[in-house]
Structure formats: C-alpha cells, structure tokens
Ligand binder design. Structure first.
Ligand code: GDP
Ligand code: IMO
Ligand code: MG
Length: 420
C-alpha cells in the first residue's frame, strides 16, 4: 500500500479539513505530518461546525486511527481544549488518536518568544498566528527542543532548562511577559497528553503499510507558506509540501501514492507577504463576505483575490500533484466575470515561472471567463454543472495539466461532487 496525501496548494485555508473528513471513510489512518495549532481545519456535518487545530480531521470517524506525526509541533494547552470540547460533545478520542514521541512540544515561552519577535519586527512582521510555531521549530533544528517522549522521564527538569534558555533569549526584546501564569495550563495539558498512547510513528506507519492498511496524510498550511519554497520570509516554519510527509511521518518517497492538491476557486491569504492577485476593491470585499473569509484560528479577515495559475503550477510541480480538488466554487456563483491570473508582468517582462521575489512591480496578467450565475450549493452531480463551470474546470485542467477529481460547493460534508 501507499500513503495518499492531501495538501493545500495556495496560502492555506483551502478546505483541507473538509476534504479529509469527506474522504476519511476510505482510509484506515489519517496522519498529520507538519505544522501545529497555527492550523485551523473546519469540518461541517449535521449542522455543526468543528474547528480542529492539533487533531487530525479523521477524528469523527470511529473506525479511523488518527496519528499526530513526528513533524508536528504540539501545544498541550490547545490540545487539552480540543480534547475537552470534543468530550463535551460526546466524542471520546482517547481510543482513536495516537501521538508520536518525536513530535515537539510548544511551551508557553515559545508563544511569548513568537509574540516578542513579531512585535520587534514592527511593519516587517510575518503576521504569525502567534502560536509559538517558529520558536518551537527553531528549538527543534537548534537541538534544544522538548519532545512528547520527554514527558515519560524527568520532564520538569528538562522543561526548566529550556525555559531558562528562553528567559535569556527574551532579554534582547523590549517585551513584558509572565511565564509562571501560563504554566498551570501547560502542565494540565501535559496530564491530558498522558492519557494518549505515545508511538514511534515511523514504525507504526511502515507496519500499517505492510498490513495493507490505507493511510491518508493531512497537510496543514499551504505550499506557498512552505519554509523552503513559499514567499520567504512570509512563510511558516515547516515543509508544507509533499516532501514533508516523508520527514514528518518517517515514510520513504517510494511510499507516496496519490497526491491530492486542494485549491479554492479563487485565492486567499492571511498574514503579511506578497499576493499578486489580491483585490483591494469591492470585488475583494464580496469574496470575503460570501466566502466568510475570516481565519479559523485567529478570526483575522483573510485577504482575497483571483485564482493564481502561476503559483498553482509552481505548487503542482513541487508536490507532484496527481489530482486536483477545487473548493468553494459556490462562492463565485453570483459573479458576472471570473478572472484567472495566467502570468505575471514585471518591468515589461512576462513571467510564467513563480519568481524568487515578488515586489510591488510584479502585476498579474488575467484571462477573463464568464461566471456561471447559478446556485451550486444544491448541485450533487457533474451532469448538473452549468456550462460556464464546465468551461472553467476545462480551462484549469488544460493550464495545470492535472485532472480535477472533486468540486466542493459548500462547507457541509454532503456538498461535494466527484468529477473523475
Ligand atoms: P483548511 O485550513 O484548509 O482546513 O480550511 P479552513 O477550515 O481554514 O477554511 C475553509 C473554510 O471554508 C471553512 O470555513 C470551511 O467550512 C469552508 N468551506 C470548505 N469548503 C467549502 C466550499 O466548498 N464552499 C464554501 N462556501 N465553504 C467551504
Ligand atoms: P491551515 O492549516 C492560513 C500563516 C500565518 C502567517 C504565516 C506564519 O488552517 O491552512 P505561523 O503561525 O506559522 O508563524 O504563521 O503563515 N499561516 C496560515 N495561513 N492557514 C494556515 O493553516 C496557516 N498557518 C499559518 O497567517 O502569515
Ligand atoms: Mg485553516
């Protein structure tokens, strides 16, 4: 068996949570491989909306095992909140969630370092979710980090040593903080973590593969936020691309099967950084209000714009995408014209390949297509697709050279159409 992968092709929030939830009945295992509670993955069914941060989106399927892999950074405080919230709804996840011993822990002082660093950057800030993601990955690569497996022995001493390092680091910032007042919640979170089974995910994954179990890896963030290939420095601190599945779960490249790339029928970004198709006008406002484009983790308004095929082609190339999933098609239902960026232009030069740097001189070049002016939210078969939508999909497939396998037409589990 192979590991199939679902990941975002834009700047995050493409609808990964919903699609993982929809596809999870076909899998035995759902595994998160990178990122942490900077993610906000929304699932909707039976008129209830759930937002998951640390926990994989297969959690509502009783027969699905969910794995938090070694590449993830885990905040015990947010984790406990998620576990408690699910328990209040009658969902006990202690039996179908396991956690890699090698996953790194986010400490309260990582969150403080994140906030202090962002404040010091002033106008140049990343627009981080302030969940401590950057400082935790810095400690991982700096070989100072605390891992889930550390909870099993001498944890307090290891914790104190790392916090002492953080106190020294914080001296360079003009930032007021109080670590002690955050510690009670942190150690309560650690107690919650202890209720779960800690695993060596690399061994478990390979065992499952040889047992013929079906595994789906769930990406967080999006390709354009990848630490190596995203719009650096306005990125997150992990490899969000398919390669992250190998390092974040202990899988070999040859274990990878289908790579499902998710994109919105338009584009959004939250936080700072370049966004060549961003709209600053009433059309952008319309996308935001119809699409309810507000961050699932921070509540911040998302920046909105047209679909960007230059960035999408780049993402498809980096991930080896084998099938595309288009979400939020219904958000475009009322638009007369839909625009697609097919190139950029900078100082008179046309750019087709995503460039090293995007500055204010880089402008998008658009192709316009007629909107479908049809309510898609109740559509359940591709035969019902209006002609203009069929043409939009055909244009995307021709430009991107990958088939579209699903189209999502609303937030609910049921609002999905298999196209191929
Ligand atoms: P993720 O981070 O990729 O899981 O995406 P988010 O959950 O942050 O953001 C996607 C938002 O769009 C959520 O509010 C979803 O409920 C919603 N959503 C997902 N698919 C669709 C869709 O096809 N149409 C509409 N209108 N909303 C959708
Ligand atoms: P999901 O999984 C959208 C963005 C932040 C910021 C940058 C760095 O829900 O798609 P960080 O907190 O990692 O230091 O922030 O990345 N960002 C996301 N944007 N969706 C996400 O996750 C994101 N996770 C981080 O807004 O610009
Ligand atoms: Mg999200």
């Amino acid at each position: 068996m192979k590991i199939d992968v679902i990941l975002g092709l834009q700047w995050g929030d493409e609808g990964k949570g919903k699609i993982v939830d929809v596809l999870s009945p076909a899998y035995d295992v759902i595994a998160r491989f990178q990122g942490g509670p900077n993610a906000g993955h929304t699932l909707e069914f039976n008129n209830i909306k759930h937002v998951l941060h640390n926990i994989p989106s297969g959690i509502f399927r009783k027969n699905t095992l969910n794995i938090i892999g070694n590449g993830v950074v885990l905040d015990p405080v947010i984790f406990k909140k998620e576990v408690d919230k699910l328990a209040q709804m009658g969902v006990d996840i202690t039996h179908n969630l396991v956690i890699s011993r090698k996953a790194h822990l986010i400490l309260p002082s990582h969150r403080i370092l994140d906030a202090a660093s962002e404040q010091a950057k002033g106008k140049g800030k990343i627009g981080s979710t302030l969940k401590g993601i950057g400082p935790t990955y810095m400690d991982k690569t700096g070989r100072n980090g605390l891992r889930v497996g550390d909870i099993e022995s001498d944890f307090r001493a290891k914790y104190d040593t790392l916090v002492e390092k953080h106190r020294n680091l914080l001296k360079i910032y003009d930032y007021e903080y109080n670590i002690e007042e955050l510690e009670a919640d942190f150690f309560e979170g650690i107690e919650t973590l202890k209720k779960f089974k800690f695993i060596d995910s690399e061994h478990l994954i390979h065992q499952y593969l040889s047992d013929g179990k079906r595994i789906l890896a769930e990406g967080a963030q999006g390709t354009m936020l990848d630490i190596d290939f995203g719009s650096y420095p306005f990125v997150t601190s992990s490899n969000t691309i398919c390669a992250g599945v190998c390092t974040g779960l202990g899988a070999a490249p040859s274990n990878i099967g289908e790579v499902m790339g998710i994109f919105k029928a338009y584009c959004t970004r939250v936080g700072s950084g370049p966004f060549p198709t961003e709209l600053f006008d009433a059309t952008g406002e319309e996308l935001r209000s119809i699409g309810h484009e507000f961050g699932a983790t921070t509540g911040r308004p998302r920046r909105c714009g047209w679909i960007d095929l230059v960035a999408l082609k780049y993402s498809i190339m980096l991930n080896g995408v084998t099938q595309l999933i288009m979400t939020k098609a219904d958000v475009l239902d009322t638009f007369d014209t839909i625009r697609l960026a097919t190139a950029y232009i900078s100082k008179g030069k046309t750019i087709k390949d995503f460039p090293y740097e995007i500055d204010e001189n880089t402008k998008a070049v658009y192709t316009d297509m007629p909107g479908w002016k049809t309510d898609l939210t109740a559509v359940r078969t591709k035969e019902e697709f209006p002609d203009a939508l069929k043409k939009y999909i055909a244009f995307l497939e021709k430009e991107l050279e990958v088939p579209v396998s699903y189209v999502s037409v609303g937030p609910d589990r049921e609002q999905i159409i298999k196209v191929k």
